[in-house]
Design a protein around this ligand. Sequence first.
Ligand code: PRP
Length: 213
Amino acid sequence: MKKLLLALPKGRILEELKPALQKGGIIPEPDFFDESSRKLIFQTNLDFLEITKVRSFDVATFVKFGAADLGICGLDVLEEFPSNEIFRVVDLKIGKCRLSLASAKNKNIDPLNLHLNSHARIATKYPNLVSAHFANLGIQAEIIKLNGAIEIAQKLGLCDFIVDLVSSGKTLVENNMIELQKILEVSSYLVVNRTSFKVSNQQINHLVKLFDV
Ligand code: PRP
């Protein structure tokens, strides 16, 4: 029997996932949480389930194409890459943060009058979300796609604004930036590939119940 594959995101969210897995009674093999392990696929105590860890943006891609049957993915990623092949089944209420527009503190930008900036240059990991948001505001946005360390782009004069995830706010404070506008409230979702949902409905429903406690 082919096992189901659950793709989990690497990084800080993995720590928050530990209790969620525990609560659902899903126990990965010991080296899953070992950062130094180079293994790609891990077994669990459930005989029909294997897990893997990939970059958070890649979770959506693996699930979209059915390479992974299920995944855990932030709403930021799901909104950036919307797909009819990905069902959002449980809001796990972990990995909570927000996607926000920010700028340098000393620019004194009035968040209520953003439309006065008829043109804005914005660095972000989320070009689709950001262009849709600014189109709604009637602001012409030039978007610069980066893959990380977005805050430095503004510091080095690459852009006027950034759009990035804000959790504690520490990164913005330490880089003399302020949050101007919240664009999206984010938490992590259990997602399922559409075809897997049909083909392995019984096992997937069982898993959904384990997570939905
Ligand atoms: C994320 C995000 C911010 C930071 C916000 O970066 O992109 O840079 O966390 O967190 P804070 O509000 O608690 O300071 P991450 O550490 O995931 O790395 P990245 O910059 O490479 O994306």
